[in-house]
Write a protein that binds this ligand. Structure first.
Ligand code: FPP
Length: 236
C-alpha cells in the first residue's frame, strides 16, 4: 500500500515541551501551558482545507495527576478558558469536538463545560477535534476489556467472537479511524501511554520544536515527511 502523497486523514499529537519552553524564558511552567493553549488555537484556526479529518491532541494523561496541585489546577483552568474563548471559533469553523479518556475522573465543572461544547458542535460536518483527557492507552484497553467481560456475562458477546475488530468497537471512540500520523514535539522518543491500541500502524514524526512553537508550518513539514513514507502494514 503506497502512500501516494496522501494527506493523513487522522493526525494525533503528543504536545510536549511546554515546561521547557517556559524555563528557557525564565517563566513559570504554567506560562508554558498557556502558550501551548495558544498553539492549539492557532491549529484550530488554520485546519480547514488541509484535508485532515481528525486531529487528536493529548492534553492530559492519566499520569499527569502526579504533577503539583498548582499545575494540575492550572491545566484544568486553561482547558475551561480555552473552551470559553474558542467555542464560537470552533462552531464557526464547523469543527466537531470530542473527548476521549476517563471523563468521570475529571472535575465536575470541566466535565460540564466539555459536555456543553460537545453538544454545541455535534452537528458540525467539518474536521473532528479530539481532546484526550485523563487518557491512558492502557486504561483504554483495560476499560474495553472490562466492558467486553460484562457483555460476555450478559450473553451479548460470545468469548469466541472476541477478535481485533470486536475489541476496537469497545474503545472510547469506536467510530474514529486509527491515526495515520503521530507527531511528538520536543524530541522525546516515547509513546507515553498514548493510543496504544490505535497507533499500531501509524507513522511517527518527532520534531525538536517545543509545543508552544508548533504552528501550521510545522504541521505542513510533518505532512511532507509523512508523504515520503511507504506504508506497508506488515506486507511487502
Ligand atoms: C506537556 O508539556 C504538555 C502537557 C502535559 C499538557 C498539554 C497542555 C496544553 C498544550 C495546554 C492546554 C491544552 C488545551 C487543549 C487548552 P510538559 O509540561 O510535559 O513539558 P516539559 O516536558 O518541557 O516539562
Amino acid at each position: 500500500m503506497e502512500n501516494d502523497g496522501k494527506i493523513p486523514s487522522h493526525v494525533a499529537i503528543i504536545m510536549d515541551g511546554n515546561g521547557r519552553w517556559a524555563k528557557k524564558r525564565g517563566m513559570e511552567r504554567v506560562e508554558g501551558h498557556r502558550a501551548g493553549a495558544v498553539a492549539v488555537k492557532n491549529l484550530v484556526e488554520n485546519l480547514k482545507g488541509k484535508g485532515i479529518r481528525y486531529l487528536t491532541l493529548y492534553a492530559f494523561s492519566t499520569e499527569n495527576w502526579k504533577r503539583s496541585k498548582e499545575e494540575v489546577d492550572a491545566l484544568m483552568e486553561l482547558l475551561c478558558e480555552f473552551i470559553d474563548a474558542n467555542l464560537d471559533l470552533i462552531v464557526e469553523k464547523e469543527i466537531r469536538l470530542l473527548v476521549m479518556g476517563r471523563m468521570h475522573g475529571m472535575p465536575e465543572n470541566v466535565q460540564k463545560k466539555l459536555r456543553n461544547a460537545i453538544q454545541a458542535t455535534s452537528k458540525n460536518k467539518g474536521e473532528t477535534l479530539i481532546f484526550a483527557l485523563n487518557y491512558g492507552g492502557r486504561a483504554e484497553i483495560a476499560d474495553a476489556a472490562r466492558q467486553i467481560a460484562k457483555d460476555v456475562l450478559k450473553g451479548k458477546v460470545k468469548s469466541d467472537d472476541i477478535d481485533e475488530a470486536l475489541f476496537s468497537r469497545y474503545l472510547y471512540l469506536p467510530d474514529v479511524p486509527d491515526p495515520d500520523l503521530l507527531i511528538r514535539t520536543s524530541g522525546e522518543l516515547r509513546l507515553s501511554n498514548f493510543l496504544l491500541w490505535s497507533l499500531s500502524y501509524s507513522e511517527i514524526y518527532v520534531t525538536d520544536i517545543l509545543w508552544p512553537d508548533f504552528d501550521i508550518a510545522e504541521l505542513d513539514k510533518a505532512i511532507d515527511d509523512f508523504q515520503k513514507r511507504n506504508r506497508r502494514y506488515g506486507g511487502r
